[in-house]
Design a protein around this ligand. Sequence first.
Ligand code: NAD
Ligand code: UGA
Length: 463
Amino acid sequence: MKITKICCIGAGYVGGPTMAVIAQKCPHIQVTVVDLNEQRIKDWNDPNTKNIPIYEPGLSSIVAEARGRNLFFSTEVDKAIDEAEMIFISVNTPTKTYGKGKGMAADLKYIELCARQIARVAKQNKIVVEKSTLPVRTAEAIKSILDNTGNGVQFQILSNPEFLAEGTAVTDLLNPDRILIGGDTTPEGEIAIKALVDVYANWVAEEKILTTNVWSSELSKLTANAFLAQRISSINAMSELCEKTGADVSEVARAIGMDSRIGPKFLKASVGFGGSCFQKDILNLVYIAKSYGLNEVADYWEQVIVMNDHQKRRFSNKIVQTLYNTVADKKIAFLGWAFKKDTNDTRESAAIYVADDLINEQAKIAVYDPKVSEHKIMNDLNYLETRSVTDNKNAVVAFENAYDACKDAHAIAILTEWDEFVSYDWQKIYDNMHKPAFVFDGRNILNAKELEEIGFVYHGIGS
Ligand code: NAD
Ligand code: UGA
């Protein structure tokens, strides 16, 4: 079976970049990305591709190349479903905020809506691909909805989780470590798997395309994120011990990373991991384990989140303690708000929680992030519902550049590892600050020795 038309439901951080790359690499396939969010689609269709809603290095030029040729962004969901032989579901699967599993389980209401819509619209056989990250055995529920509410056509469900990381989405998509496709072992299942393998084979070597059963594929995605997040919590746990003992966590990370069984990646101690997925996916894993009565398994993974929360709180406590146990009415400059560099995504960013703690202590926060607007920063804080919108507004101001944000500040906190921070004129920043001038480097990106020579009091993570 040869795929000629693909529909992707969900034009977010996964759907947008993933489909842009498929369209670029498969000019013979028409790819339509649909979303209920009209503004988002409008932004994807902005004539100037620099204004597309997601900032990822290299993405705007791919969109410029493929959009209007074989890549389309639309709000006409029914039409795109009807025309496509293969439908990717890339909608959000946030943590539930209500009912059973509140605060832990994945909220599958958007997934179910997609399944019902596909069932209602489809008049021919379709391959439905789970691109969103889902609890293991979700394909069963999707299949049941499709088969029981559909028009008698055949559906094959594949699991094809996405492993891209934000900030490097385009390179990850162009050169993936692996593509994972889970499907049924029936003859129809095999045909569907082959159809999706053929799409990726346009640019990914066949030995990197792994096929498994559906449940292994679904669970591998949660497992991968749990292992990655666990490494960060492990090194962050060590960072606290380093601070007590005179060891330096960067040296420890280098020493253990040279063991080929451990490897050097993902060992950067930090103010704590953020992003929309690690916490959500681990909570989901914990919930699944608990639902099977596997309490030890659940507790084991939950500790990764406990450690991460501790690391964020520890960072804000350190700022307060170092500033003579009071930050009331002191200006603290935040450099960075995004959850990592090279993205405008702020979901679950450590900056939000550190700011929230410091505002509770009546600090004034001045933020500069190269890609995040004041509007987004205020939304992030208001979403926590810790205090009124007016109180947040009185406590936080965003600046267009770092020098203004740091002027008259008592301390600077580095929350995101943006490259540009390293090359600043730190002498100039120092000259315009209150003394003693403190730097709390939540990313260990600055040169401690150089800053100390200027006169800063420098605090990194884990040294
Ligand atoms: P997102 O919130 O950026 O995008 C999801 C989009 O789906 C939104 O624009 C929303 O309007 C749309 N949507 C929701 N319901 C819809 C419906 N019924 N019809 C049409 N559109 C609908 O989310 P995201 O970051 O792209 O994540 C999507 C999924 O991919 C999640 O399951 C996530 O865990 C997973 N994932 C994300 C990343 C990442 O880096 N962000 C990486 C790998 C996997
Ligand atoms: C992560 C995974 O890396 C992707 O493989 C996965 O597809 C994705 O989640 C997902 O499922 O959404 P992402 O969250 O975009 O990607 O970014 P990461 O590079 O993993 O960083 C996550 C957080 O961990 C960031 O806040 C980052 O600053 C932090 N981090 C990362 C550290 O503190 N130390 C490190 O060594 C690495």
